[in-house]
Design a protein around this ligand. Sequence first.
Ligand SMILES: [Zn+2]
Ligand SMILES: [Zn+2]
Length: 358
Amino acid sequence: MAKKMKAQVFYEAEKMILEEIPIPEVSDIDILVKVKNVGICGSDISYYYGLSPVGTPTGKGPLVLGHEFTGEVVKVGKVAKSLGLFKDGDRVVVNPVQHCNACYACAAGQTHLCEKLSVPGVTTNGGFAEYCVSKYTGLFKLPDGISYKTGAFTEPLACAVNGMKKLDIEPGQFVTILGPGPMGQMMVQMAKSIGAGKIALIGTRNYRLEMGKKNGADFIFNTKDKNSTYYVVDLKEAISDLTDGKLADRAIVPTSSNDAFEQAIDITGNCAIIVHFGLPNEDDIIHVPALSFHTMDKQIRAAWLAPLAWPAAIRCMTEGIVNVEELLTHTYPLEDTEKAITNLKDRIDNPMKVQIVL
Ligand SMILES: [Zn+2]
Ligand SMILES: [Zn+2]
C-alpha cells in the first residue's frame, strides 16, 4: 500500500491546500477507511471562514476537515480484528462523534458529551482526504441497499432524528420548521411520517421552500424576500389564521439564525415544545417573553448532536422514510474542495447538499 495520500489541509481562514501527507497510522483501536463520499456540513463552512475554531487543542489548523463520510475498510486494528467486528472491504459510514466509554458523562449515557470526545474532521484529521482513521467503535456497516453517496447523509440525518425525538410530535399536531436547508428537508419528511397534521416550512429562499413543499410541507412562507409569492409580513398572523388562533404546537429551528429562534417562540401556542437545533453564534442571547412563556406552559429544548440516533437514521434511509438522495445537488472532486465550500456558502447555482466524491 502507498505511504502517502492526497488531503485537503486547512491552515487558517480561507486557506486550504491540497497536499501529499502520510497515510495515518492504525493503532490497536483504529480502523483505516478509504474515503468515498464526504458531505459538506455548515460547520465545515464555519471552520473554513474562521467563524468558529476547530476542535484541535489550539483551536487552529493544520487539520483535514470533513466529518460526514463513507468509505471502504482497508486496514483493521488489533482490537476490532480480535472481536471479529470488521474486515477489509467492508462498506462503512463513520460516526464522527467518538466517545471514550470511560468518563463520567459516558457512564451516565451522555456519550455525546464525553469529556474525551474525538471527532475526525474536527479534533483530528477527517474525510477531505483519500484515507482517514476512525476508532472501531465509530464505524457502522452500510446496509446492502445504501450507496456510499446515500450513506454520507447518515450523520446529518442522525442529528435530525435526534431533533425530531426532542420535538415529541403527537398525532395531528401543527408543526413548524424554521429553516429549509438539508436538515429542514429531512425533518419535513420525518414529521410527516411521525404523524404531524400540518407542516409549515419557513425560510428566506424560494428554491429551498419549494423543495420543502415537494417533500411534504403543507405551507411554505418566505419571511424575507418581498418579491416572493410566499412572502408574509406577519408570520404569527399567518400561523394564527391556519390554526384558528391556536398557533403552532411544535417548532424546530434548523438554522443558526437567532431571529428565527425568537420567531419560533412567537408563533407557538399553549403547551408548545420548541427545539433549538441550529448551532448558534458565540454571542447569541435568546429573548423569551417570560410571562406568556410561563402562562402558556411552553418548553424549550436543545438538540445537540445525535446520541443513540444512528440506528434510527439508518432505518429511515432503508425504509424510505427519508429520501436523502434528492437533496444532493452538487458534487466535486477532492481537488475542488475549496470551490465546493465557497460556492455552497455563496449559494451559487442553488445548492442544497454538496458532497466531495473520491
Ligand atoms: Zn455535520
Ligand atoms: Zn467519555
